[in-house]
Design a protein around this ligand. Structure first.
Ligand code: ZN
Length: 537
């Protein structure tokens, strides 16, 4: 039997695999805010990034290790290919954390060996123990992944796992990278490893999977029944293509159906001991934070965290719910941190009230950042009677976006209407103090604003997404705009919110342009190397 930590460990990869979603890229402050919230959610392991990929990735992992990797906090993990350079960089990046892990990987399928790595099976059997042992010489906690496990010859994979464990791997991860497995197949893959690797008792079996067929969560639950004790997942299920297994769905399935799963973990059926270490009341807050900072909206019908997940619109249901909540709801909304009676803030709310509410929402702002957020709060409170949590989130998100900005929007003016040509005049200020204005006409006010901004900035780009949604209800609601620009196949997103949708659009466009411009600049310390492509794991 594989090593049993006594419960199911939650390995969150929102900041590594999740961040690989097109257009989801996060800056350092945003990554740190998410990592701090993941610690409050009490995930067991945070995969903070791929340190060797770029200096920015290295810094992010190191900062998270320093600020979130407390002795009673989560294990901070970095990803590394099975090479000395990657593993050394990873060890250096996670070094400030009290609990450190290196996660290294190598393919075990013949397709990958022949076409990608150009290595023989014998070479793999030599590299894996060598690199795992090297990682173990730097940290005590080493995870090894068999990339493309699903298409590997099982006998060969068992040998590789045996060699990795002999060299010191403490966790063995089995990924379904392409999201092809069905639950029964995936369960059999895990039980095969449990049965055929003699030293598996020294390691925890982990699973990783993508949701191409919508089966990632189902596959993982089947893996738990067959001996897996670590689940690699992301908040809101974000990730490449159709995403990763969703943390909140896995955790709540194990929570709500505890009596079903208890037996597989060797517990009495009626045991009420939680199956994961997750603080479920932090789930909703974490979901909102990740959605806000990545700009990846959660679909309304998404399980657990979607806007409609707890709403009962139809008459019959409402009647049933009023009589007894459990008639139609299998989860009490408070379990995930959703309470229905919230006091909203207004014009007379002071700085400490705003700060306290922001902290509850997962944002810890100090000094200048808090001043900026409070100033924006006051400005909004003059225009809007009630400031909700969503409004506050929009304010903070806008602050975070402006930190690294080269261009600042100094003014927007539009004229539009029926029988009028939409005209916009915009003024930009650069961080060097220069100011310039431009006017343009367009098919509508937003188009005119974008034309004018493009005229000023003069960097080629293609607008691939423009979406507006209202943050809250009512005529004075803030409109939230998301814009995605494409240049050379890369996506850059910008968000902004304002009670004036045209101003929000202008600000979102400027935020996206800032990301595009800063993405082109290379650090003077590392001028040569372009970032590594994302690993296929
Ligand atoms: Zn993945």
């Amino acid at each position: 039997m594989a090593r049993d930590p006594g419960r199911v460990l939650i390995f969150d990869t929102t900041l590594r695999d999740g961040e690989q979603s097109p257009g989801a890229s996060l800056n350092l402050d945003e990554k740190l805010a998410i990592a701090q919230q993941l610690a409050r959610l009490r995930v067991d392991i945070i995969e903070a990034g791929f340190p060797f990929a770029s200096p920015g990735d290295f810094d992010a992992v190191q900062t998270i290790a320093r600020q979130v990797g407390r002795p009673d906090g989560p294990v901070i993990c970095g990803l590394a290919r099975a090479t000395r350079g990657d593993i050394k960089a990873c060890a250096d990046a996670v070094a400030p954390a009290a609990n450190q892990r290196i996660h290294t990987f190598l393919a075990t399928s013949d397709i990958h060996l022949e076409h990608k790595l150009r290595k023989s099976r014998a070479e793999v059997l030599q590299i894996v123990p060598e690199m795992v042992a090297y990682a173990r010489s730097l940290v005590d906690d080493v995870e090894f992944s068999c990339e493309d496990a699903g298409r590997s010859d099982p006998e060969f994979m068992y040998q590789v796992i045996e060699a990795a464990i002999a060299a010191g791997a403490t966790t063995i991860n089995i990924p379904d990278t392409v999201g092809y497995a069905t639950p029964a197949e995936f369960g059999a893959l895990i039980s095969g490893i449990d049965a055929h690797v003699p030293s598996i008792g020294q390691a925890v079996i982990s699973v990783h999977g993508h949701n191409d067929l919508g089966l990632a969560v189902a596959n993982f639950l089947e893996a738990v029944k067959n001996g897996a004790r670590q689940l690699e997942c992301t908040i809101n299920g974000i990730g490449e293509r159709a995403g990763n297994a969703s943390l909140e769905e896995l955790v709540m399935a194990l929570h709500v159906r505890r009596s079903y799963f208890n037996g597989y973990l060797g517990r009495a059926e009626d045991s009420s001991e939680p199956l994961t270490g997750i603080q479920t009341e932090e789930i909703y807050k974490t979901s909102r934070l990740v959605s806000n900072l990545t700009g990846m909206a959660v679909q309304p019908n998404k399980a657990i965290v979607g806007a409609n997940a707890f709403a009962h619109e139809s008459g019959i249901h409402q009647d049933g719910v009023l009589k007894n909540r459990l008639t139609y709801e299998i989860i009490d909304a408070r379990t995930i941190g959703l309470s229905d009676n919230r006091i909203s803030l207004g014009k007379l709310s002071g700085r400490s009230a705003v700060r306290a509410r922001l902290e509850e929402l997962g944002y810890q702002l100090e000094g200048e950042d808090l001043n900026d957020a409070f100033a924006r709060f006051k400005e909004l409170a003059d225009r809007k009677r009630e400031i909700t949590d969503r409004d506050l989130e929009a304010i903070v998100r806008q602050n975070a976006q402006q930190i690294e900005s080269y261009y600042q929007l100094a003014g927007v003016q539009v004229s539009c209407g029926r029988d009028l040509r939409a005209t916009a005049t915009v003024t930009l200020r650069t961080s060097d103090g220069e100011e310039c204005s431009q006017a343009a006409i367009g098919t509508g006010p937003v188009d005119a604003v974008c034309q004018a901004l493009n005229g000023l900035v003069q960097v080629p780009n293609e607008l691939v997404e423009f979406s507006v949604k209202s943050v809250t209800e009512g005529i004075d609601a803030m409109g939230e705009v998301t814009i995605r620009l494409r240049q050379d196949g890369r996506l850059y997103s910008g968000h902004a919110a304002d009670t004036d949708v045209v101003v929000a659009a202008a600000q979102a466009f400027v935020n996206a342009l800032n990301r595009l411009v800063s993405g082109q600049k290379h650090s003077p310390l590392h001028p040569q190397r372009a970032p590594l492509p994302a690993p296929a794991l």
